[in-house]
Design a protein around this ligand. Structure first.
Ligand code: PEP
Length: 242
């Protein structure tokens, strides 16, 4: 199984989404059964994207959720609300949430557990900053991020996303990706699919997806471009057929 998850971040209006989904329609409808495709739009577009995707095998995911089931948490959305709205997947612990929303391991652990309990497929994002990489702490950081949230029990997927590779056009070497993915697998019992994220684009998708232990990709910027995302999906479909 190859999994491709699109993270639209805080992008998209109803009209741009309509155009994007129209343009992607042929490739989304061609998804083979061994390939799982998930689109994660902002909350405001979950419903319309879900309606648009009806009749396809493409799933809808959210980019975040609150850890409580319900209550006095103004402005928040619970994993149960997401599940009730037809959302199947949720990103947890994305580095932009760790950085801009101050999410720490303790909070991410709560969100991961709550989402798992609500029946969502959880995508736990982990990865080191450039400073941590330069300090030789890559393995230690990722191990801490996995252990602190009990990933082995509550993560449906782990997305390895080196922070310095997100939105920068930079990627680790193939050897580095292979060794980190192996390491994450060994830390999580070998059964959780490990996706790679960080500047995946049309030009590098085939190479990255062919790396052993890479079970798919989490795609940010390139998932908003019809041509780029179509090519990434075609690369995934081919790997899957190989
Ligand atoms: C992401 O947002 O998870 C991501 C990987 O972004 P990009 O593909 O733009 O680097």
């Amino acid at each position: 199984m190859t999994t491709i998850i699109a993270n639209w971040k805080m992008n998209g209006s109803h009209s741009t989404t309509e155009a994007l989904l129209e343009g992607l329609s042929p490739v989304l409808r061609a998804a083979p059964s061994g390939c799982e495709v998930v689109l994660c739009p902002p909350f405001t577009l979950l419903d319309s994207v879900g309606r648009h995707l009806r009749g396809t095998k493409v799933w809808v995911g959210a980019q975040n959720c609150h850890q409580a089931r319900e209550g006095a948490y103004t402005g928040e959305i619970s994993p149960y609300m997401l599940a009730e709205s037809g959302v199947t997947h949720v990103l947890i612990g994305h580095s932009e949430r760790r950085e801009y929303a101050g999410e720490d391991d303790a909070l991410i652990a709560q969100k991961l557990q709550a989402s798992h309990k609500a029946g969502l497929k959880t995508v736990l994002c982990v990865g080191e900053t450039l400073a941590e990489r330069e300090a030789g702490q890559v393995h230690a950081v990722v191990e801490r991020q996995l252990k602190a949230v009990n990933a082995t029990h509550f993560a449906s997927y782990v997305a390895y996303e080196p922070v310095w590779a997100i939105g920068t056009g930079k990627t680790p070497t193939e050897i580095d990706i292979a060794s980190m993915h192996q390491h994450i697998k060994s830390q999580t019992g070998g059964i959780i699919p490990v996706l790679y994220g960080g500047s995946v684009k049309a030009e590098n998708a085939s190479t990255i997806l062919a790396i052993p232990a890479v079970a798919g990709a989490l795609v940010g910027g390139a998932s908003l471009d019809i041509d780029s995302f179509s090519q990434i999906l075609h690369a995934a479909y081919q790997i899957n057929n190989a």
